[in-house]
Design a protein around this ligand. Structure first.
Ligand SMILES: Cc1cc2nc3c(=O)[nH]c(=O)nc-3n(C[C@H](O)[C@H](O)[C@H](O)COP(=O)(O)OP(=O)(O)OC[C@H]3O[C@@H](n4cnc5c(N)ncnc54)[C@H](O)[C@@H]3O)c2cc1C
Length: 462
């Protein structure tokens, strides 16, 4: 079976002024936005950049789900890849060729009924293939599946020269593109090896835990490969929470009448004029208490759809608006196994600074891959949603950066909006290796982003 191509979106001829921001919200920045209607039109946009001048550089953008400033460029030309939306499956090999603008949700909706699963999915289905590669995203199953990039067999990259390169796995430029945050060029398409799947369901084991140590132990217990802990950090015992371990369910054992798909629909949306002040520690504390009490103390083999289990946040559209105009900072760190004390120390640092954490998620990672800027390393990753308006936030996070870097860990660039260059250098020891490969294909520094300029990933002068 071969899946038909999706219809191409209409062309956008000239760049239009736009205000772009990260998923975490905030005021955003003024940019020029262009949505080329086919792969060749990206090279045309580059030619325009060279001839017309007046832009601070260029950057590809997918679905804008990176939390900070990774997908924006103040005064620059932002090339949206949404129109690159072809999907072709080879049903015999489970290799899919997809345009960079196709989302994980679109892939799942088409591929799971055909018996194939995207091997690594993030916590939202609204992430593009280009964004998944540029951030080298991880899922709840990193321990067995690694990152998204490890399943990419080949990709098409539009370089700053206007040339389109076809890169195979193992090519140093492909490795530099994994986790390269769009700074090697525009990813146009990718060929991805899928994993066989027999139903859109998972079998889920759940344990309620009393503290952080309990969560770490439950994440290491035998069970399914999709592992995650939700933690309550606002209560009197920070770290109590709920741990789930999920495994694909064989089709034959789906209980009769069970319904579900590999994606979810938004059931509600937060209004644009939401009064952010309604989100307070007391409200979240009460919500967390309710969530804990409603969760079973110990449950085995509950059947849940992939969509409901993997993408719970997608049921509430535009949820960052809950944080009001200032938005949120997501701080995601990883520290090696053995450095568990740093998790406690980071939580303690934020509590001492009276920065409330409204959502905390803990996962375990397996070994890192060969891509120099890929985020995961073998250890624990903690993601914390923090209101940007909280006084003391930035100072507390700088102290956390020191703790994390000191333990040989790092902070995820795809979620970042405030790391300093010295912290990035300390956290990403293969930065110089990455720069050498990148500078070779972009000697004039065409590709840049606010993240790259702020953290010194690329030089500010051109
Ligand atoms: C609710 C939620 C849950 C999440 N869960 C996870 C998770 O579990 N694991 C995880 O790893 N991440 C997670 N993320 C982060 C998300 O997966 C990444 O930020 C991802 O890169 C977003 O993809 P996007 O299409 O929105 O890209 P954008 O946000 O638009 O861009 C992100 C980066 O990719 C680059 N880029 C985008 N498209 C291209 C292209 N075609 N060519 C070159 N560069 C490109 C951009 O320049 C930018 O640097 C989550 C985000 C949200 C909002």
């Amino acid at each position: 079976m071969s899946l038909a191509d999706l219809a191409p979106a209409p062309s956008a001829a000239a760049p239009e002024p736009a205000r772009l921001r990260g998923w975490g919200g905030g005021p955003g920045v003024a940019t020029w936005r262009l949505r080329p209607d086919r792969a060749e039109a990206f090279a045309g946009a580059l030619a325009m950049l060279r001839e017309r001048g007046g832009f601070s550089g260029a950057l590809a953008r997918g679905m804008g789900r990176s939390y900070g400033d990774a997908a924006q460029l103040s005064g620059g030309l932002v090339l949206e890849a949404g129109a690159l939306c072809h999907v072709r499956l080879d049903p015999d090999t489970g290799v899919v060729a997809a345009g960079a603008g196709v989302t994980i949700g679109e892939l799942l909706a088409r591929l799971v009924p055909a018996g194939w699963m995207v091997p690594v999915v993030p916590g939202t289905q609204h992430v593009s293939v280009g964004g998944a590669i540029a951030s080298d995203i991880h899922g709840k199953n990193h321990g067995i599946a690694g990152t998204f990039g490890q399943h990419v067999l080949a990709l098409g990259l539009l370089c700053a020269s206007g040339e389109e390169l076809s890169l195979a796995a193992g090519d140093p430029l492909l490795d530099a593109t994994l986790g390269g945050m769009g700074l090697t060029g525009v990813i146009l398409w990718a060929r991805i090896q899928l994993a066989p799947v027999s139903s859109p369901f998972l079998s889920v084991d759940t344990d309620r835990v009393g503290d952080l140590d309990g969560a770490l132990a439950a994440l290491r217990a035998p069970g399914g490969p999709h592992r995650v802990a939700w933690l309550d950090l606002l209560g009197s015992r920070p770290g109590r929470g709920v741990v789930t371990r999920a495994a694909p369910l064989a089709g034959a054992v789906v209980p009769p009448g069970t319904r579900g798909t590999a994606t979810v629909r938004a059931r509600a949306a937060v209004p644009a004029r939401w009064p952010g002040a309604l989100l307070q520690p007391a409200t979240i504390r009460a919500f967390n208490e309710l969530r804990l009490r409603r969760s079973p103390v110990r449950e085995r083999g509950r059947v849940e759809s992939i969509g409901a289990h993997m993408f719970p946040l997608d049921t509430l559209d535009a949820w960052p608006r809950l944080y009001g105009r200032a938005g949120l900072v997501q701080y995601q760190l990883v520290v090696p196994y053995g450095a568990e004390a740093v998790l406690d120390a980071v939580i303690g640092e934020l509590r001492r600074a009276r920065v409330p954490c409204y959502l905390a998620v803990l996962k375990d990672f397996g070994p890192p891959n060969g891509a120099p800027m890929s985020f995961p390393l073998a250890g624990w990753t903690l993601a914390l949603d923090l209101p940007r308006a909280a006084a003391g936030l930035l100072g507390a996070l700088e102290r956390c950066d020191e703790l994390v870097a000191g333990a040989g860990g790092r902070v995820y660039l795809s979620k970042d909006s405030r790391l300093r260059p010295d912290a990035v250098r300390a956290m990403y020891p293969r930065l110089a290796q990455w720069r050498t490969v990148r500078d070779r294909v972009d000697p004039d520094g065409v590709w840049r982003s606010d993240l790259a300029l702020r953290t010194g990933l690329v030089a500010s002068e051109r």
